[in-house]
Design a protein around this ligand. Structure first.
Ligand SMILES: *[C@@H]1O[C@H](CO)[C@@H](O)[C@H](O)[C@H]1NC(C)=O
Ligand SMILES: *[C@@H]1O[C@H](CO)[C@@H](O)[C@H](O)[C@H]1NC(C)=O
Length: 332
């Protein structure tokens, strides 16, 4: 024992002299600075779907039990108070939510199984006060709601900002329908199968119509598309390790997209249980033709079937269909 300790000290001493491993700092470009993700818990429900924001209240539809949740949030979208309201009864199928254009601050709800549209005052003064019904419109059966003033298949309808035609993704058939509102004429446009399948999340955006390709039950596509004024489709493929196979369900533009060229994509496990649930921030060039930057944020609760995105001035919201949550992503 007496001999062993001096030997160890000598060995350590020799080691420290010959060590030649160097440690230096590396450039950290691309690291998100100061970025936070908070998941807000809602009352438990099998299906949490859509969301709109009126003042500091976020309204969230829970379809499986027809509950509308009012959530008072702070500047960055973190829940302060939550209250749920039964809309009609538990089988009424509350689904779509949309701001009223004629009545600012009022919100349209769709009741899918009751074949009804409701215009409500969400009563933003207090989170616990029940919303008030202002108008009720019966939709001829089988209007099923409707959802987004569309039908079950297709779900999204968008008007082209330049040619003014209406476009809608025909989900599983992997086609896009184009409707001329003046003549009623329709044509179908095929999605290029080498780019991917299942066009969803169709919205009007800079210079044209934008949509995502969800893929199927086993594979995502990492691809989204743009339709120009002559119906030419340009496909954009994500390239980051997690982005390239993303199962893209929804997309939304930043509120300042005209100056920052940013958009958000939502990858979801809704159809493919192995897909990652992610928010992907994409920055384009000024012509909206080339992706300049791609940043992937993995949602903390996986297999949540991430459903819809809602960017605001200070944050980005996303609903988690199977997890009774909605998240906020922000940089204070
Ligand atoms: C559901 O509510 C509607 C009115 O909103 C009512 O007419 C209907 O009878 C109710 N159904 C059930 C099963 O409670
Ligand atoms: C899903 O898509 C992938 C990639 O395109 C394809 O290889 C696979 O065969 C598809 N699976 C089904 C069930 O269609």
């Amino acid at each position: 024992m007496m001999m062993l300790i001096p030997c160890l000290i000598i060995l350590l001493f020799i080691n420290s002299i010959v060590a030649d491993v160097t440690i230096t700092s590396v450039p950290s470009a691309g690291l998100p600075s100061n970025q936070y993700i908070i998941e807000n818990q809602l009352p438990l429900s099998e299906q949490t779907h859509e969301l709109v924001k009126v003042e500091d209240i976020v309204l969230v539809s829970q379809m499986s039990n027809s509950v509308l949740v009012k959530v008072q949030v702070d500047k960055y979208g973190i829940a302060q108070h939550v209250a749920g309201f039964q809309i009609a009864n538990s089988t009424s199928g509350l689904h779509g939510l949309a701001h009223s254009t004629k009545n600012p601050g009022m919100v349209w709800l769709t009741l899918e199984t009751d074949n009804k549209l409701l215009l409500i005052d969400p009563v933003t003064a207090s989170v616990t006060d029940a919303p008030k019904v202002i108008k009720e419109i019966n939709v001829p059966q089988p209007g099923n709601g409707p959802h987004y003033i569309g039908v079950a298949h297709p779900i999204f309808i968008a008007q082209h900002p330049i040619n003014k035609m209406f476009y809608s993704g025909e989900d599983d058939s992997s086609k896009i329908i184009k409707i001329n509102p003046a003549t009623g004429n329709t044509i179908q446009i095929d999605v290029d199968s080498s780019a991917g399948t299942t066009p969803v999340g169709m919205i009007s955006g800079p210079k044209g119509i934008w949509f995502t390709l969800l893929g199927n039950a086993t594979a995502g596509t990492g691809t989204f598309g743009f339709i120009d004024q002559d119906d030419k489709i340009v496909y954009h493929k994500l390239t980051s390790p997690l982005g390239k196979d993303a199962a893209l369900l929804h997309l939304a533009f930043d509120v300042a997209y005209e100056t920052n060229y940013k958009m958000y994509l939502l990858s979801s496990s809704i159809d493919n249980p192995n897909a990652l649930d992610m928010v992907i921030k994409v920055t384009f060039d000024e012509q909206w033709t080339t992706i300049k930057d791609e940043e992937v944020i993995v949602i903390p609760t996986q297999q949540c079937k991430a459903h819809r995105l809602l960017p605001t001035q200070f944050n980005v919201f996303a609903t988690e269909l199977a997890a009774s949550k909605f998240l906020t992503l922000f940089s204070p």
